[in-house]
Design a protein around this ligand. Structure first.
Ligand code: CA
Ligand code: CA
Length: 136
């Protein structure tokens, strides 16, 4: 019925069609598309010395195929991560996947830290900062 009104002659019915068309344009413009990104949560994790800390990783947008997450770590102290490669696909891209890192026992007395950057082709990278809680 409403599509018919758009093509009607200039009568009262035609004005109703115009109003409906304007509403359609507004609906198409909002919300704006966001940049596809790797999503890491939370932004910061506190890890007791000798223990582990966990964060999660997902994608903001559905990929066309398989997407591999690359990890890069920079910081101080002794950290270890399991040899796990995170791969997302069209079905599991928005399911948060946990990833655990371990803080090694060290001889120093300060809180070491590591910044982990997670990236993927076609997606903006995200980071998480793991901060050790030194026990010496
Ligand atoms: Ca220590
Ligand atoms: Ca330390």
């Amino acid at each position: 019925m409403k599509i018919k009104r758009l093509f009607a002659p200039p009568t009262a019915a035609a004005y109703a069609g115009v109003a409906w068309a304007m509403f359609s344009v507004r609906a198409a413009q909002a919300p704006p598309d966001e940049t596809p990104a790797v999503v890491v949560e939370p932004d910061a994790v506190s890890v007791p010395e000798g223990r582990s800390g966990t964060f999660t990783v997902r994608l903001s947008h559905q990929p066309a195929g398989m997407v591999r997450i690359d990890m890069r770590a920079t910081g101080t102290g002794i950290w270890a991560a399991p040899p796990v490669i995170l791969i997302f696909d069209q079905n599991n891209w928005n399911t948060p996947r946990p990833f655990t890192m371990y803080s090694g026992n060290d001889a120093n007395t300060f809180d070491d830290f590591v910044i982990v950057t997670l990236s993927a082709v076609g997606y903006a990278p995200d980071t998480v900062t793991l901060t050790q809680v030194d026990d010496d």
